[in-house]
Design a protein around this ligand. Structure first.
Ligand SMILES: *[C@@H]1O[C@H](CO)[C@@H](O)[C@H](O)[C@H]1NC(C)=O
Length: 509
């Protein structure tokens, strides 16, 4: 479950610039796009398996009609499909409307966690890889041509090498005196496994490399990257060791988050890591930028391998991140740390000479966590009580039976539910042991003990502290019956000490 919610958190964040989270599935709106004369194959639950079995190489886009990133991709995908339809061997581009009820099972089966998700199906679906390429027509074509070819291509001239190596991506070069033997085979099998994520080439002479290096005899694997030390070698050809070498060496000391799509794969990696995440948000055009970045780099290098990953984000690209974390642009430059369980630490208007000290304070546990919360309401006399992050646990642990709705202001199903919850709350008005409450989940951090994947999500916490998600019907009667069946009568025997507090709370609410 921890893994699931991590994916969700990163996809919510990435939604702001790469894809839309699947949880938005519950917002069932949006126009149908009619497609005729398309080079893109339309698949659904009825013909999916057949198509995958028939074509040796199929790319499937799982999309939702309402998703903006999907709409942006559509014309590019179409153009690429048209170019690739003439390619030999054939490359088939297909799409599945994963928002459509009939295709939900497909989306679940292939672990679609955001829109659009693109997957490459080879070999009758026996080999499935995530599409990790660009989102423009030319980029898609170029990337897929490589994917359908050999996992690692032999390169024979220094011009060809120079053409392949650019300053945007990681390239893994195998240098082998001859293309056979265990080392070469291991290299090729790692290339096959990781090919959708990295580009692999091999050559027989290190002289072909830029700044040709004839002292390198091989076999050796050289990872070229557009950041940090630019090039790292490994001679451990054990498959696992090689994969591990690539994973570690391809992560920048500091991940850059700006509008450049070439950086997005690194940003996705950053958010999918189990590490604590430090993020410095600063205007890249501002005067302080260089000084801040240089200090930040100092700390990041010192902390390498100690369980913290570092990202630097440009204000120009970070509006979504600010909204997500509940930050204000006025607070920039700011540094924020988010731990795996969601705990956050925050320092606004950070000066270059404060960064090192602040991160050291963090390392040594001297900082207090930061929580996104609306202010605790002073007046709270509607039937449904307003709960915010700062008093959520007080309310839930108050020794009362609490029905709590997590909602989003824009969510249609939540709006429909509002008068129903009012009715429920009114019907329990005389029962001081029952509280009906709601929290705006977009304006408040949701503590890790609640798993909120869509809106509305409703939890029930009984007076004795049993917490469960409410998954019953959405009528007032359903909810009233549920509360009546599940509520504990005054938990005084379990929590006598709290009774004073309880009374206060009910008054307060
Ligand atoms: C960043 O700084 C530049 C130069 O001072 C300014 O023109 C720009 O508006 C700033 N961007 C943001 C998002 O504050």
């Amino acid at each position: 479950m921890a893994v699931k919610s991590r994916v969700w958190i990163s996809s919510i964040f990435l939604a702001l610039f790469v894809f839309s989270p699947v949880s938005s599935v519950r917002v069932e709106e949006g126009a149908e796009a009619k497609q005729e004369d398309s080079s893109v194959l339309t698949l659904d639950a009825s013909n999916f398996d057949e198509a995958i079995a028939k074509h040796p190489f199929v790319v499937v886009e799982f999309y939702a009609p309402w998703c903006g990133h999907c709409k942006n991709l559509a014309p590019e995908y179409e153009k690429a499909a048209s170019v690739l339809s003439k390619h030999d061997p054939p490359v088939v581009l297909a799409k599945v409307d994963a928002n459509d009820e009939v295709n939900r099972e497909l989306a679940t089966k292939y672990e679609v966690s955001g829109f659009p998700t693109l997957k490459i199906f080879r070999n009758e679906g026996k080999n499935i890889q995530e599409y990790k390429g660009p989102r423009d027509a030319d980029g898609i074509v170029e990337y897929l041509k490589k994917q359908v070819g050999p996992a690692s291509a032999e390169v024979k001239s220094s011009d060809d090498v120079a053409n392949l190596i650019n300053d945007k991506k990681v390239i893994i070069v195998g240098i082998f005196p001859e293309f056979s033997g265990q080392e070469f085979e291991n290299f090729m099998s790692v290339a096959d496994k990781l090919r959708s994520e990295y580009e692999f080439i091999h050559l027989s002479d290190a002289k072909l490399l830029p700044h040709g290096d004839s002292s390198v005899k091989g076999p050796v694997v050289r990872l070229l990257k557009p950041f940090d030390e630019l090039s790292v070698d490994s001679q451990d050809f054990n498959v696992e060791a090689l994969e591990n070498f690539i994973e570690v060496a391809s992560v920048p000391i500091i991940t850059t988050f700006n509008k450049d799509p070439a950086n997005h794969p690194f940003v996705i990696k950053f958010f999918n890591s189990d590490n604590s995440k430090a993020m410095l948000f600063v205007n890249f055009s501002s005067e302080q930028f260089d000084a801040l970045k240089s200090k930040y780099h100092e700390v990041a290098s010192a902390f390498k391998g100690k369980g913290i990953s570092f990202l630097i984000g440009d204000l120009d690209a970070s509006q979504g991140a600010f909204q997500y974390f509940g930050l204000k642009e006025d607070d920039a430059p700011l540094v924020l740390i988010q731990e795996h369980d969601g705990t956050k630490y925050f320092k606004p208007t950070v000066e270059p000479d404060q960064i090192v000290a602040w991160l050291n304070d963090y390392q040594e546990g001297r900082l207090k966590p930061f929580r996104k919360s609306e202010p605790i309401p002073e007046v709270n006399n509607e039937p449904v009580k307003v709960v915010v992050a700062d008093n959520l646990h007080d309310v839930v642990n108050s020794g009362k039976n609490v029905l709590l709705e997590f909602y989003a202001p824009w969510c249609g199903h939540c709006k429909k539910l509002a008068p129903i919850l009012d009715e429920v709350a009114v019907s329990f008005e005389k029962d001081t042991d029952v509280v009906i409450a709601k929290m705006d989940a977009t304006a408040n951090d949701i503590p890790g003990d609640f798993d909120v994947k869509g809106y509305p999500t409703i939890y029930f916490s009984s007076a004795s502290g049993k917490v469960m998600q409410y998954e019953g019907g959405r009528t007032a009667e359903d909810i009233i019956n549920y509360i009546t069946e599940n509520k504990d009568s005054a938990a005084s025997s379990e929590a006598p000490v709290q009774s004073e507090q309880e009374k206060e709370l009910k008054d307060e609410l």
